[in-house]
Design a protein around this ligand. Structure first.
Ligand code: TYD
Length: 210
């Protein structure tokens, strides 16, 4: 990447069980093998302070946490991580791959928890205005289909215990973002290697990789 050019921000999104971690690993291996200058990071977290905020948000004991507080903590962790980790990397021309970003807040808090997209937009305005993703790769598989793929079709009772309804709402939330030019659904129906190839092709088509 040329000096003086801002690097690109690639974000990964998906529901539980969508294979996001596997695809991040495969892309990381590919980028390393071709000598690309990149960082891979994640939300919520990715910096010391943001990881501390992550511990509060994901602490199962804090059942009384209201959705607004949850959404604002995700936004707080986001802005800290952006300023401390993402922005300096982009400014030095690096490619940044981020596991989850604002669209997780749209899908989980805005849609599934019912806070509304406008509320999420307003508390995330710093990220959205200054660091919109260049491309968002949404691993498009419903939670039910992902669970079936992993455990077989006959385990519906376990789906319930995992809060399937909530995750299906998250999936619907993601689907409502389809249509934004940067938001690219990636069909995950094939093998993990086929999905990885689709991802690489999309990154090439969008001019992120050559
Ligand atoms: P994590 O264990 O990293 O999940 P995953 O491997 O699925 O990415 O936990 C992150 C959780 O935080 C995940 O359930 C999604 C949720 N989340 C939100 O609800 N809103 C957000 O803005 C972000 C970034 C994550």
């Amino acid at each position: 990447m040329k000096k003086g050019t801002r690097g690109k921000l690639v974000t990964f999104e998906g529901c539980e069980g969508s294979g996001k971690s596997t695809q991040l690993r495969l892309l990381g291996e590919y980028l390393t093998s071709r000598g690309t200058d990149f960082i891979m990071t994640r939300e919520p977290g990715g910096s010391v302070i943001a990881e501390e905020i992550r511990k509060i948000i994901l602490n199962g004991d804090y059942t009384e946490m209201c959705p607004e507080c949850e959404a604002m903590l995700y936004a707080a962790a986001r802005v800290q991580h952006l300023k401390e980790i993402v922005a300096p990397a982009l400014d030095s021309g690096k490619l940044v791959i981020c596991d989850r970003y604002v669209d997780s807040s749209f899908a989980y808090q805005g849609f599934a928890r019912g806070l509304g997209m406008e509320f999420i937009r307003s508390i995330n305005s710093f990220a959205l205005e200054n660091y919109p993703p260049d491309i968002t790769l949404f691993l498009d598989i419903s939670p039910a289909a992902a669970f079936e793929r992993k455990h077989g079709a006959d385990k519906n009772d376990r789906l319930e215990s995992l809060g399937l309804q909530f995750h299906e709402r998250v999936y619907k939330g993601y689907k409502s973002l389809v249509g934004e030019p940067r938001f690219c659904p990636v069909d995950c129906g094939g093998t993990k290697f086929e999905t990885a190839e689709k991802i690489r092709n999309l990154l090439i088509e969008r001019g992120i990789l050559d």
